[in-house]
Design a protein around this ligand. Structure first.
Ligand SMILES: Cc1cc2nc3c(=O)[nH]c(=O)nc-3n(C[C@H](O)[C@H](O)[C@H](O)COP(=O)(O)OP(=O)(O)OC[C@H]3O[C@@H](n4cnc5c(N)ncnc54)[C@H](O)[C@@H]3O)c2cc1C
Length: 367
């Protein structure tokens, strides 16, 4: 039996892949409902469509362009096809796929620890603990992974906070906005259109920086901004750090539990699902999971990690310069064509097309 802890998108996707191959899988989820609360901006690169066929139950908008806005309000627009999802429906879709393929889904069941070779699960309905023997135990249990903690390989993690509001806003449904600058310490802010009249506005920040979020909402929505908020959302972002351990004996971590998340954009769904494929393959064919997922993701996650270090040192003037340089047709062409899932290729092509960016690229190895 394979026990997966957590029915987020990564746990359910893995459960689906393994169950399809005839493996006995049980997924334990502590909540009574899949996909709530929403802790995600739901913005994905089109790479997701290489992992799963798009479905209108969860795909709610396709954007065609990204507008990057500098602190001096100058901006540059790139053509880019990306996807906005309804995150609750996305999680439910994947959980249904897993269940249809034969995985057992146990809701209201929380992993609480290990007891020798067994795992201990608390049935929150009856308040009784069960012991379950598993050939493989998989922690797909998110940023604060209890599996990693209880198995003693939680390691040092950097947890950032993502804050977001769904708001009433008249906007272009085909354009995603990314705002750069020191008003957004640690990262950037976004405006993601769900439709012509509803958007998701948010930013990534350190625990203590809540005021930047309010300021951004105020600036972007104008007077009466509080009345335009439909719902606040938020959650933790365990950004990738080199050296994070993801396997110990028959215990594996995947997705946010394994910090497989990009430092620059906080995108974790595509990398988590790519790692889930590697884990499925490793279990089925007795391969080394650490090696398998790192072969696919390590280089790109490392580039995102270094890029974030460089950007964290930028002044507003540096951001203004960067946006200016990116305004050239050559640069816009490259950014439009290359996916941010593969920043190493993107950066190489940018330098080849715009030598002025070489100075920025050199910082990657110095920061
Ligand atoms: C504000 C914000 C915006 C984001 N925006 C994006 C975005 O636009 N695009 C993108 O790709 N990523 C985004 N992310 C990141 C993305 O949400 C995560 O990478 C993704 O949810 C990871 O999926 P997962 O299945 O690994 O973990 P999770 O989605 O965290 O799922 C873990 C599951 O495990 C369950 N669980 C936890 N502990 C236990 C336990 N002890 N027992 C049983 N069950 C347990 C939880 O209830 C949960 O259902 C964002 C994150 C935040 C916070």
């Amino acid at each position: 039996m394979i026990s997966i802890i957590g029915a987020g998108p990564v746990g359910s996707y893995l459960g689906w892949l393994l169950a399809k191959k005839g493996r006995e899988v049980e997924i334990f989820e502590q909540h009574s409902e899949i996909g709530v609360p929403v802790q995600c901006a739901g913005f994905l690169t089109s790479e997701i469509e290489k992992l799963i066929k798009a479905d209108r139950r969860w795909l709610i908008n396709r954007t065609k362009a990204v507008r990057v806005i500098a602190p001096d309000k100058s901006s540059v627009k790139f053509g880019k096809d990306e996807i906005v999802i309804n995150r609750t429906n996305f999680d439910r879709f994947l959980a249904d796929k897993a269940a249809d393929a034969g995985a057992q889904l146990s809701m209201n069941h929380r992993f609480v620890g290990f007891d020798g070779k067994n795992i201990k699960i608390l049935d929150m309905g009856t308040n009784k603990k069960k012991k379950i023997k598993s050939e493989f135990v998989i922690g797909a249990d998110g940023p604060r992974s209890a599996v990693a903690k209880q198995a003693g390989f939680y390691g040092k993690r950097q947890l950032l906070v993502g804050m977001q509001a769904r708001v009433k806003l008249e906007c272009r449904p085909d354009t995603y906005e990314a705002h750069l600058g020191n008003c957004f310490p640690c990262s950037f802010a976004w405006v993601i259109p769900e439709s012509e009249s509803v958007a998701r506005i948010g930013l990534i920040s350190r625990m203590s920086d809540g005021n930047y979020f309010k300021q951004f909402l105020r600036n972007r929505l104008g007077t009466g901004w509080k009345n335009k908020v439909i719902q606040y959302q938020g959650g933790l972002i365990p950004v990738y750090r080199p050296g994070i351990k993801t396997q110990k004996d028959n215990i594996y971590l995947v997705g946010d539990a394994a910090c497989q998340i990009k430092n620059t954009t906080a995108g974790g769904i595509v990398p988590g699902m790519v790692a889930a494929k590697s884990l499925c393959d490793s279990i089925l064919h007795n391969k080394n999971y650490e090696r398998e997922w790192r072969t696919k993701l390590k280089k790109e996650l490392w580039v995102h990690y270094r890029l974030r270090k460089v950007l964290n040192k930028f002044s507003d003037k540096d951001f203004n310069n960067l946006v200016k340089i990116c305004g050239s047709e050559r640069v816009r062409g490259v950014i439009g064509r290359e996916s941010r899932e593969f920043p190493s290729k993107l950066i190489l092509k940018l330098i080849l097309n715009e030598p002025k960016l070489l100075g920025f690229a050199k910082l990657l190895f110095k920061a």
